[in-house]
Unconditional design. Structure first.
Length: 72
């Protein structure tokens, strides 16, 4: 990616090339909210009691939606 092209040294701080943070939502959030966020971000972090408890990616969402479609 373009950011990796800017790496001049392995001693370079990772903060200079990192992407913005993934959004964090409560575990209880609806799939609709996750779907909306995944339109803009590659992943969404789940949290409970201020701690990260999981990560949802587009692939995860597709698996859930695909299994629900097969049930119909």
């Amino acid at each position: 990616t373009r950011k990796l092209e800017r790496v001049k040294s392995t001693a370079m701080p990772v903060g200079e090339i990192m992407d913005e943070a993934f959004p964090m939502i409560p575990e209880e959030a609806s799939l609709n909210i996750v779907r909306q966020l995944l339109q803009e971000y590659p992943a969404v972090l789940l949290q409970k009691d201020g701690r990260i408890t999981g990560i949802v990616t587009k692939a995860d969402l597709f698996k859930v939606l695909e299994s629900k479609t097969k049930e119909l």
